[in-house]
Design a protein around this ligand. Structure first.
Ligand code: SAH
Ligand code: SF4
Ligand code: F3S
Length: 485
């Protein structure tokens, strides 16, 4: 079995076929031949390492890139310095993400001196920015392959170009063309995976770079999504996460009446899928119908990540978020009333241009009212080309002070919230060994809280009913009541 989708032929002689995905499958074979030859010369298999930065979208893209490299006969490297092909899938949502990549690229120079065969490839959101490409060219000339978010499916062809030439191969597209699917993917976890339901974003929140680097919003056809879910389930996947920057606007622009609530029901009802998560919900588009759909399906996770960003109407407007603090508070209340035990987590930005102590107090007030089960708090980071980066920026010490206030409020409340399931029996998906104690497992309940428990004959990927004996801050210690649910 060659692992390729049925019904296609793969020629490796003659010219590359023009249509996709046949074209990339052709280049996979071409690369495989070159990689095999080199492996024979070196008397060892060649290996790859992918370092993924950023969100679940990038995690999923990396699974696809790993699938392509696996089909070429490359095996995973034990660490990044041992890789023959080292790929960084980058994120640029905040400045820290950029800094991390530049730090790594500095180290790569030493790796390359040790292993002259090593190829360094860069892809992902950062590569869609011109100033990044300029900096890489001038400061890191030893990078071998550069590609962006829209042509990620062309990796095999780009790698082949590099393997058959001596200079850097760079291909960045400004916009997305068609969505090319059906290339192999290698899942990081055998029991769970992300499923893209849409790409890009149309919301243009004024602080955010994502619409510029990921392009316009495009929804995938429901039948393609469901086919992918069924295939994943047939491979042993029990938990999926439907992915999009704003899943609540799923379906816009498609010739079907299927919106996100319908798609979510279909996913929850797919054979073999025991738990469905989704990410991310924009508060402006979260409908009553969606709340009802979640309430009606026990296997849709009792967890909604609902980014607030700010609790001040003035700042929300300047951010272009299209909701008010009242609407957000009402929505959270509606969700908590309709879905018992639901957990609501959020993202908050502190230090957006023009934010005053009064605005921060409004944010603190929403935090107190909604009582988030978890929150990521970010210091505002100006991103080149976004409207907010052109506004007058705040004093760093002032932002730091506000950030500390917000952080301590969310930490106090989420700690209090975390204890609320103590003593209860909950369904847990076994995710892997407890890093601190290999005689135990780590898993997650539907609300996304982490639980550590004795192995009790379970395997990774199994569901079990676990008694949550004690809450230790942000995780529980539990005991297995019933091995399989
Ligand atoms: N599509 C998702 C979020 C994607 S980015 C949504 O709309 O909710 C993830 C988070 O990064 C955002 O929710 C926001 O809180 C944060 N973020 C985005 N741009 C940022 C910036 N310029 N500075 C600080 N945080 C930012
Ligand atoms: Fe960025 Fe806003 Fe789109 Fe989320 S919805 S990706 S924050 S522009
Ligand atoms: Fe980062 Fe791109 Fe995701 S900028 S957060 S990896 S969409």
């Amino acid at each position: 079995m060659n692992g390729y989708p049925a019904g296609m032929t793969y020629e490796t002689d003659g010219a590359a076929p023009p249509e996709e995905p046949a074209r990339q499958l052709f280049f996979i074979r071409k690369c495989e031949a070159l990689i095999n030859k080199r492996a024979q010369e070196l008397e060892r298999p060649l290996c790859y390492f992918i370092q993924t930065f950023g969100c679940q979208m990038n995690e999923r893209d990396s699974e696809k890139l790993a699938g392509v490299m696996g089909q070429m006969g490359l095996i995973p490297a034990p660490s990044e310095d041992k890789a023959d092909i080292l790929l960084y899938n980058t994120c640029t949502v905040r400045e820290n993400a950029d800094k991390r990549l530049y730090g790594r690229l500095g180290v790569c120079k030493a790796y390359k001196q040790e292993n002259r065969d090593m190829l360094i490839a860069l892809c992902g959101c950062m590569m869609q920015e011109e100033h990044v490409i300029d900096r890489i060219k001038s400061s890191y000339p030893y990078v071998d392959i550069i590609f962006g978010t829209h042509n990620i499916y062309r990796f095999a062809e780009l790698l082949y170009s590099r393997l058959t030439s001596d200079s850097c191969v760079k291909e960045i597209w400004k916009d997305a063309s068609d969505i090319v699917e059906e290339l192999p993917a290698l899942r990081k976890y055998p029991f769970k995976t992300g499923i893209n339901i849409m790409y890009g974003c149309n919301n243009f929140c004024t602080y955010c770079i994502v619409p510029y680097v990921r392009g316009r919003e495009r929804s995938r056809e429901p039948k393609d999504i469901i086919r992918e879910i069924e295939k994943a389930a047939a491979d042993g996947v029990v938990e999926i996460m439907l992915l999009g920057q704003n899943v609540n606007s799923y379906g816009r622009g498609l010739d079907t009446d299927i919106g996100f609530p319908e798609l979510l029901s279909m996913a929850a009802e797919a054979d073999g899928i025991k738990r469905v998560r989704f990410m991310t919900s924009h508060p402006k588009d979260l409908s009553d119908e969606l709340i009802k759909t979640i309430a009606e399906h026990e296997n849709i996770a009792r967890h909604i990540h609902l980014p607030l960003q700010s609790g001040s109407d003035r700042i929300l407007e300047a951010m272009n978020r299209h909701y008010t603090r009242e609407r957000y508070i009402d929505l959270a209340k509606k969700i908590r009333d309709a879905i018992p035990d639901v957990s609501i987590t959020t993202d908050i930005i502190v230090g957006f241009p023009g934010e005053t102590v009064r605005d921060v107090e409004d944010t603190l007030d929403v935090i107190e009212q909604v009582r988030f089960d978890g929150a990521f708090t970010f210091e505002y980071s100006p991103r080149k080309g976004t409207p907010a980066a052109e506004m007058e920026q705040l004093d760093k010490a002032f932002v730091q002070e506000n950030f500390d206030r917000v952080l301590s409020a969310v930490q106090r409340i989420s700690k209090e919230q975390a204890g609320r399931f103590e003593g209860r029996r909950m369904e847990v998906l076994t995710e892997g060994e407890d890093e601190k104690d290999p005689s135990r497992y780590t898993g997650r309940i539907s609300q996304n809280n982490v639980v550590h428990f004795p192995k009790s004959g379970l395997r990774v990927g199994d569901f079990a009913e676990v008694q949550l004996d004690e809450c230790r801050g942000f995780y529980y210690n539990g005991t297995v009541v019933a091995p399989q649910t």
